[in-house]
Design a protein around this ligand. Structure first.
Ligand code: CA
Length: 221
């Protein structure tokens, strides 16, 4: 899962990015409102964390612009404590959740996971398909109740396909959601990654739809 973090305070930004990377997210950080708006407009993110006080373009205006342009990526806004009118305005402008500063990084991570899950139709932190169970809180995968050890990249691949189970996901979409924006998108790393996961989970768990992409939880091709 790839997240855009717009926060102009470098210390807070680094803390959040560090916690989210540890929790299995790929994080792109920006400090400037206009640049952040452009990123959200042109890149594919699973969620966006938006500080409302940003230089060059404030968070509320930025959010309204995205929504007006038809960008419906889930957005969690960071607001000043006690500033209830800011929160109301943020939600009216199209925010999906908010957190008041200061907050616990654990709470931010949990809210973000829930936001992403719900945006693709999963109510629970446990996501299952066939005999696979993904525990998004623990970042663990089990097959038939037995835990499987995955590298962070392998986990991200399986988690993305399980969140979007039953849908064929193109290789380009996987590259966009599994790697940072400066990643070499022409490489064959997704094929390699899928091959490694198949060795661990069995060859039929991730199915290939030739010319289209990959799917978990589809009918046999
Ligand atoms: Ca700020």
């Amino acid at each position: 899962m790839r997240v855009l973090l717009l926060e102009d305070d470098p210390r807070i930004g680094a803390n959040i990015a560090g916690a989210l990377e540890l929790a299995g997210f790929v994080v792109d950080c920006e400090r400037d409102g206009e640049i952040g708006w452009y990123r959200g407009d042109t890149e594919a993110y699973d969620a966006i964390i938006l500080d409302l006080g940003l230089p060059t373009l404030d968070g509320l205006t930025l959010l309204k612009r995205w929504r007006k342009a038809g960008i419906f990526t889930p957005v969690l806004i960071l607001t000043a404590r006690g500033n209830w009118d800011e929160r109301v305005e943020g939600i009216d402008a199209g925010a999906d959740d908010y957190l008041a500063k200061p907050f616990r990084l654990e709470e931010l991570t949990a809210r973000l996971r829930a936001l992403i899950r719900r945006s693709v139709g999963h109510a629970s932190a446990l996501i299952s398909v066939a005999d696979l169970t993904l525990d998004t809180r623990q970042m663990r995968l089990s097959v038939g109740g037995m835990p499987v050890s995955l590298t962070p990249q392998e986990y991200r691949l399986v988690a993305y396909l399980m969140h979007h189970q039953g849908r064929v996901v193109a290789q380009t979409e996987l590259v966009e959601h599994l790697y940072h924006q400066d990643f070499d998108r022409e490489s064959n790393s997704i094929e390699v990654l899928v091959g490694r996961v198949r060795k661990k989970l069995g060859s039929d768990v991730i199915q290939t739809r030739r010319g289209y992409g990959y799917i978990i939880g589809g009918e046999a091709a």
